[in-house]
Write a protein that binds this ligand. Structure first.
Ligand code: SAH
Length: 510
């Protein structure tokens, strides 16, 4: 039996962008992934579909798996020849019992590798606007666990020494004992006015930071908003936070945005929104796919040279059209000398990726305007409309009386999602969403009907709708959803601009 390998992998403090390339590669190639802390959904998505993913942490009503058993599990999995990833928050060797796991592996003769991670005491603090050293304010930093009772003879930390230490002190796992730790530091000579910061969920979209003084931390009657698990930072550098804070000032910090477009389309906006500080949830209300009965499409693709105009009404239409064209063994020459039209910028961008420049693109992204733009050109011509298997028939109706021949061909299917995953239902019911994007009439209608089935908590006004165009807004209103903002440019970028403008106005008005 070949012996496998265990990777002790640091997953960083939260933001998946802080995971190293080695870590990502190991996760993507894993046979087994063992984790216990809260891991970002995106990191879990890297786990191969056929890999075992084993959660050994605390769950409601259940204890976490004892360390001995975790050690045995890692050895057993590896001894069966598997590539095992042991995912740990932050860095595996910083207070994560990673070293104990490595010892157990060494003892069992199981080969292992360590992939360091960004520890919370560096990464979470940086996102909280806290630098751990500074030439003028802190020339040293220590990481210490606050887990033990400082008054117990078994306490492994020499707190009186920390009272004399002039650098930055970063306390992990210290929230439960924070009052007594602060008192012991003061009793041993640390200035009560030393600034402190508490950081919960650092680098996550719902990060919380609170500052105060060591004296306030020592006061057991003082209530803090920050809850465990959290970091406590003690030191003069905390005073620089007003200048160094950046994450909480991002334009969409603390905002949760639900993208309702088909998955691939939604993914394209995800990182843009995350870079603006938003938490992004993808909950498609419709999905697109290849058409089942391809006879009409294949026939049209086989005779493209006979059309004077080819018209696309969505980027998905472009993609599925060429997917099938290439599948049939044809290439771009099949498009021949036909003129081409796109309904809007996203569709013409999609055509550009195939090296095609649209001859007609209305600025407005409406079928009516596309028809107006085409009418002067199509008199006596033959026109192919490449579209979804459902939708409005404005183009056909308007062009048919003028053109010699208009053929409408379904290139892809566009259907309602039967339901949402439970996590999505939960965040909507708990009123944790700020914005829902509505990017077509069909999406608006489907969102309304899926949302109507939920039992949301009392409406707080937090949930708002952002519509891509007047047509979409109208469909939304008919379905009972009132858009708070509407895009000026009828594209996804235009829609994001509308959300940003709203949030900017709101933060300026306090
Ligand atoms: N190996 C981890 C630490 C594990 S101990 C690392 O290197 O970061 C768990 C403690 O880490 C928590 O009690 C808390 O004090 C701290 N912690 C981990 N992630 C954090 C985060 N995102 N924000 C604030 N504190 C965090």
């Amino acid at each position: 039996m070949p012996v496998g390998l265990v990777y002790l992998v640091g997953a960083g403090p939260g933001d998946p962008g802080l995971v190293t390339r080695h870590a990502e590669a190991a996760i993507r190639a894993a046979d087994t992934v063992v984790y216990d802390h809260l891991v970002h959904r995106k990191i879990l998505e890297w786990i191969p579909a056929n890999a075992r993913s084993i959660y050994v942490g605390k769950r409601r009503g259940h204890q976490e798996m004892p360390q001995q058993e975790i050690n045995r599990l890692l050895c057993d999995e590896a001894l069966q020849g598997r590539a095992v990833v042991r995912l740990k928050g932050g860095d595996p060797y910083v207070f994560g019992r990673g070293a104990e796991e490595a010892e157990a592996l060494a003892e069992a003769g199981v080969p292992f590798r360590v992939i360091p991670g960004v520890t919370a005491g560096i990464g979470a603090l940086a996102y909280a606007g806290l630098a751990v050293t500074h030439r003028d304010h802190a020339s040293a930093v220590t990481f210490v666990t606050g887990h033990d009772d400082p008054d117990s003879p078994d306490c492994r930390v020499d707190w009186p020494w920390f009272a004399r230490f002039s650098g930055t002190v970063v306390v992990y796992m210290g929230m439960t004992r924070r009052t007594r730790i602060a008192q012991v530091l003061i009793e041993n000579g640390k200035s009560p006015s030393t600034p402190v910061a508490l950081v919960e969920r650092g680098s996550w979209p719902d990060q919380k930071v609170e500052t105060g003084t060591l004296k306030e931390l020592a006061d057991s009657s003082r209530a803090w908003r920050v809850k465990a698990p959290a970091l406590i930072m003690i030191g003069e550098v905390v005073r620089l936070r007003p200048q160094l804070d950046w994450f909480s000032r991002l334009p969409l910090a603390g905002r949760c945005i639900l993208l309702t477009r088909p998955e691939d389309d939604a993914r394209r906006s995800e990182s843009v929104l995350e870079n603006l500080g938003a938490e992004v949830l993808i909950a498609p209300t419709i999905r697109v796919g290849p058409i089942a009965d391809r006879s009409g499409l294949d026939d049209a693709l086989g005779h493209l040279a006979s059309y004077d105009w080819i018209v696309w009404t969505s980027a998905n239409g472009v993609r599925f059209f060429f997917d099938r064209l290439f599948e049939l063994g044809l290439d771009l020459r099949a498009v021949g000398h036909a003129k081409i039209a796109a309904i809007g910028p996203a569709t013409s961008e999609a055509l550009k990726r195939y090296g095609l420049n649209a001859d007609v693109v209305p600025a407005t992204f409406r079928s009516e305007d596309l028809a107006d733009a085409l009418l002067p050109h199509v008199s006596g011509k033959s026109v192919l409309l490449a579209r979804a298997d459902r939708g409005r028939t404005v183009l056909l109706d308007r062009l048919e009386p003028v053109a010699s021949d208009v053929r409408q061909v379904a290139v892809y299917t566009n259907e309602d999602m039967p339901e949402w995953p439970v996590e999505i239902e939960k965040v909507l019911e708990e009123d944790r969403v700020d914005w829902v994007t509505l990017t077509s009439s069909a999406i608006s209608r489907r969102f309304a009907s899926l949302y109507a089935k939920l039992r949301p908590a009392e409406k707080s006004g937090r949930l708002k709708f952002a519509s891509i165009s007047p047509i979409t807004s109208q469909a939304a209103r008919e379905a009972g959803l009132e858009p708070t903002v509407e895009a000026n440019q009828f594209t996804m970028e235009g829609l994001l601009d509308a959300i940003l403008a709203y949030e900017r106005r709101r933060s300026e008005s306090g």
